[in-house]
Design a protein around this ligand. Structure first.
Ligand SMILES: [Zn+2]
Length: 197
């Protein structure tokens, strides 16, 4: 598909720039750089677990994911993370730290730079589904549903690892030691409860 210069409207032509073949204007210095988009995903802690939403939109309709989304040009990534939580899980959050920065490579669209944050709900607030979610729920870390996106799986994985105290061997046991007791869990192959000492 042809692309056109945002300055003068000329049809772009392929040009070798910094070792890459890019579309550029033959008349001025406009280059259609293939830049990544910036998105956030937020691990919101609540009741010893994390808040997930089940998607009411494509892609991955019906699957669970972290709240998050694209960063707008006029907001910081943390502001974007807080806004997306308000929109998707209808609850104010306090962002408490960065889990990591991830590159999500895409062939059919701009690749993403994903910023994984951890946060907690503002006291007295509970999550509720926004318009892009069918439902929201709090899941314990050892009973998470399949997540829609590999980047979200990676962010949650690193979040769980980051919670392991030095010397501890089993991250999920550490997670189960969160302040509140686990709710009754459905029967599973392994007990999620901490071992008795
Ligand atoms: Zn031009």
């Amino acid at each position: 598909m042809a692309h056109y210069c945002v300055n003068c409207g000329s049809e772009l032509v392929h040009r070798e720039i910094e070792g890459r073949s890019l579309e550029a204007c033959p008349n001025d210095d406009f280059v259609l750089w293939r830049d990544p988009k910036v998105a956030t995903a937020v691990v919101v802690e609540s009741d010893g677990g994390i808040v997930l939403g089940r998607r009411a939109i494509e892609p991955a309709y019906g699957m669970w994911c972290l709240p998050g989304g694209f960063v707008n040009d006029d907001e910081s990534p943390v502001e974007a993370a807080v806004r997306e939580c308000l929109e998707e899980i209808c609850a104010p959050v306090v962002v408490t730290g960065l889990i990591g920065v991830f590159h999500i490579s895409k062939q059919d669209a701009a690749s993403l730079i994903g910023l994984g944050y951890h946060a907690h709900l503002v006291d007295g607030h509970s999550p509720a589904p926004g318009s892009e979610m069918l439902e929201v729920a709090v899941f314990q870390l050892d009973a998470l549903p399949p997540l829609a996106f590999s980047s979200h799986r990676q962010i949650v994985g690193e979040f769980i690892q980051s919670r392991v105290p030095p010397g501890a061997e089993e991250p999920l046991r550490a997670a189960a030691g969160a302040p509140r007791a686990l709710p009754p869990s459905p029967a599973r192959g392994r007990s999620p409860r901490p071992h008795r000492r």
